[in-house]
Design a protein around this ligand. Structure first.
Ligand code: NAD
Ligand code: UDP
Length: 348
């Protein structure tokens, strides 16, 4: 690439959990924009193959460190050996149900891991930080759309870790006026890169709607269970704000730019501002792909909320970012990935 010469001498972005679903898509956009990228991942929910695919898409190399962010020695060596000036922190455990049955694992990994990372950053003088938060910090919304000023609450241990880390980061900003943090509150990321070579790769039966739909369409599961059709929504099924993962990835680049110019703490929604029901999604998927998605109505899922969508205006105002990609593009790209990689990164 034409900018590879200057990029070689420029400082790197440290991406924790970069081998995961959102991390791979973000690394592609970072590399395409000319950033140097150092990735640390323990592959607890991913594989090195995902990073090789990122390199293939971009024609650039990622400096890959296999390691755990809770390992202070690894972090210290990494940050002292390389010129790193900012961090995008994805590494976390993310399954809500599992967080209820294994709370200690979640508090340890998500909070303990972030504390270790922050201590190492502080020691190395790295002060720009983008954090993967979640719309789950809004708990059960009282009013829609959700602005960043809506009340926050944790309804499960996973959500508690996101809330607590946001709080820790805000406190860091108060303590050090040069510290710059953007907590990105993701709504529901779906879809895949247009190449069809990276995408979401759930290890077990998917908990989330979109990967479940693609697995039904490819014939791995007989039908989708629609968790309740008696919610107070336009068709009775649950409503969410689905956002194309490439749009989400680009939001991280915008947040990095912002944190380079602005110190202090900001929490920013990354969503489209549109609500889509389970049945809307099924129909959009069928329309975009020509595949049938057999579905049956099942009881409500414990802990679910009726509806949730973002007010994305702060992201537009602060980051000059807005989601561009349609529901149809989310469905088509997710289907291309699923078809080409029926077993994810394992055998294909
Ligand atoms: P993912 O599981 O695909 O990626 C997370 C990555 O972090 C994995 O590669 C995993 O191996 C790695 N990891 C976990 N613990 C680690 C540790 N201690 N040290 C090093 N690496 C570690 O998940 P994702 O969907 O890409 O999510 C990324 C981030 O976004 C997470 O923080 C998640 O909580 C958050 N988030 C995700 C969603 C979503 O729907 N996917 C929604 C809101 C927020
Ligand atoms: N959902 C569903 N069947 C599934 C998985 C999810 O009907 O197999 C519904 C779920 O009840 C919710 C929506 O799809 O209304 C989105 O669920 P997901 O788990 O993807 O996201 P979250 O609830 O965490 O926002």
């Amino acid at each position: 690439m034409s900018h590879s010469h200057s990029a070689a001498s420029a400082p790197s972005v440290l991406v924790t959990g970069g081998a995961g679903y959102i991390g791979t898509h973000t690394m592609v956009e970072l590399l395409n924009a000319g950033h140097n990228v150092v990735c640390i991942d323990n592959f607890s929910n991913s594989s090195p193959e995902a990073v090789r695919r990122v390199e293939k898409i971009t024609g650039r190399q990622v400096t890959l460190v296999e390691g755990d962010i809770r390992d202070t020695d690894t972090l210290q060596v990494l940050l002292s050996q390389r010129p790193i000036d900012r961090v995008i922190h994805f590494a976390a455990l993310k399954a809500v149900g599992e967080s209820v049955s294994r709370p200690l694992a979640y508090y340890d990994n998500n909070i303990g891991g972030t504390l270790a990372l922050l201590a190492a950053c502080q020691q190395a003088g790295v002060r720009r930080f983008v954090f993967s938060s979640s719309a789950t910090v809004y708990g059960n919304p009282q009013a829609l759309p959700l602005t960043e000023d809506a009340p926050l609450s944790a309804v499960n241990p996973y959500g508690a870790t996101k809330l607590m880390v946001e709080r820790i980061l805000e406190d860091m900003c108060h303590a050090d006026p040069q510290f710059a943090v953007v907590s990105l509150r993701y709504f529901n990321p779906v879809g895949a890169h247009d190449s069809g070579t990276i995408g979401e790769d759930p290890r077990d039966i998917p908990n989330n709607l979109f990967p479940f739909i693609t697995q039904v369409a490819v014939g791995k599961r007989p039908h989708l269970n629609v968790f309740g059709n008696d919610w107070p929504t336009h068709d009775g099924t649950g409503v969410r704000d689905y956002i194309h993962v490439v749009d989400l990835a680009l939001g991280h680049l915008a947040a990095l730019d912002y944190s380079a110019q602005q110190s202090g703490y900001a929490a920013v929604n990354l969503g489209t501002g549109r609500g889509t029901s389970v049945l809307d999604m099924v129909h959009a998927f069928e329309h975009a792909t020509g595949q049938r998605v057999p579905h049956v109505v099942a009881p409500r899922r414990a802990g679910d909320i009726a509806a949730c969508w973002a007010d994305p205006t702060r992201a537009e105002r602060l980051l000059n970012w807005r989601a561009q990609r349609s529901l149809e593009q989310m469905c088509a790209s997710g289907w291309t990935w699923q078809q080409g990689n029926p077993d994810g990164y394992r055998r294909s």
